[in-house]
Ligand binder design. Structure first.
Ligand SMILES: NC(=O)c1ccc[n+]([C@@H]2O[C@H](COP(=O)([O-])OP(=O)(O)OC[C@H]3O[C@@H](n4cnc5c(N)ncnc54)[C@H](O)[C@@H]3O)[C@@H](O)[C@H]2O)c1
Length: 277
């Protein structure tokens, strides 16, 4: 089965690279298209995927089509295409719902929120399907996504918060680590930012492996590290005071941004239904 990927920015490129790296699909069965062709040509040279002449040609040749443009480009791009009703469309855009895509495509639609960490074949892809997705189409998508990480099936009520935990988190964690490293260097300049950064990256990797391989709860790991009456306890007290408020604000602000995006997408849906009348 051939798959097509439209939009080769961060997510589109990640999917091409990860699917090829994991051998989830043969490169010759991957069709790509991007507005700026140079990105597509580069992927063809590196991975042996096929560059489609147009997005329309891609939709005619692929059975499963990933739309990886920015949220406000999804519906306009789809409206410019004629896609057969048996093709399975997967939108990866935050803020664009399956129902939004269904205002343009009469056939099966899934929404997937991938993550940059899948290029290391780790991380969580979030998945929701419409009722029109057949068991075979769902299985095919699950097989592809499982090859590049873990799949978490989510409801509409869960997807936005889960997006922050799975897909925004690599960027947020990098931000947290940067702040941690900068504070270390403010305290002890002679350590240097590069040493602080590399200590943290190795420590984070080890921490993730420990939590996963020993199936430790966060509280169990804390207990192992924080010697009673010792130094780490003091650090944890500070975190308990400062972090909950910060994370509550983070979820409030990202939720507002999701709402604003959804409103803009609804406008696009409304404008089109006006045109139809
Ligand atoms: N970056 C992430 O970690 C991430 C994670 C999950 C979901 N997403 C979602 O993925 C989507 C893409 O995000 P991104 O970070 O890759 O953005 P990006 O800006 O890096 O990529 C968008 C790509 O779409 C291309 N494009 C725009 N219009 C096009 C058209 N008409 N035809 C073909 N290609 C076109 C652009 O040239 C660009 O390469 C967004 O909707 C976002 O919500 C992103």
């Amino acid at each position: 089965m051939r798959i097509g990927i439209i939009g080769l920015g961060s997510m589109g490129q990640m999917l091409v690279k990860s699917f090829c790296k994991s051998e989830a699909i043969q490169p010759e069965n991957v069709l790509v298209f991007n507005r700026t062709q140079a990105k597509a040509d580069k992927l063809q040279a590196e991975y042996g995927v096929t560059v489609a002449a147009t997005a329309q040609a891609l939709c005619e040749q692929a059975e499963l089509i990933f739309l990886c443009t920015k949220p406000l480009d999804v519906l306009p791009v789809l409206r410019g295409l004629s896609v057969a009703a048996d093709k399975h469309i997967v939108s990866v855009a935050a803020g664009v719902s399956i129902a939004d895509v269904e205002t343009v495509h009469a056939g099966p639609v899934s929404k997937v929120i991938p993550t940059v960490t899948s290029s290391e074949l780790h991380g969580v892809s979030l998945l929701t399907n419409s009722g029109k997705v057949s068991a075979e189409q769902r299985e095919h998508l699950l097989t592809l996504l499982s090859a590049i990480g873990t799949v978490q099936v989510v409801t509409d009520a869960e997807i936005e918060t889960a997006t922050i935990l799975s897909s925004s988190a690599p960027g947020l964690i990098a931000g947290i680590l940067d702040s941690f490293a900068q504070a270390a260097v403010r305290k002890t300049p002679e350590l240097g930012i590069e040493a602080a950064r590399s200590i943290l990256v190795e420590t984070m990797l080890g921490t993730a492996l420990l939590l996963k391989n020993e199936q430790l709860g966060f509280d169990q790991l804390i207990e192992r590290v924080a010697t009673k009456g010792g130094i780490t306890e003091e650090g944890l007290r500070v975190l308990d005071k400062t972090l909950p408020g910060g994370f509550d604000e983070l979820f409030a602000m990202t939720s507002s941004k999701h709402a604003a995006l959804k409103e803009l997408v609804q406008k696009q849906v409304g404008e089109h239904s006006d045109e139809k009348e």
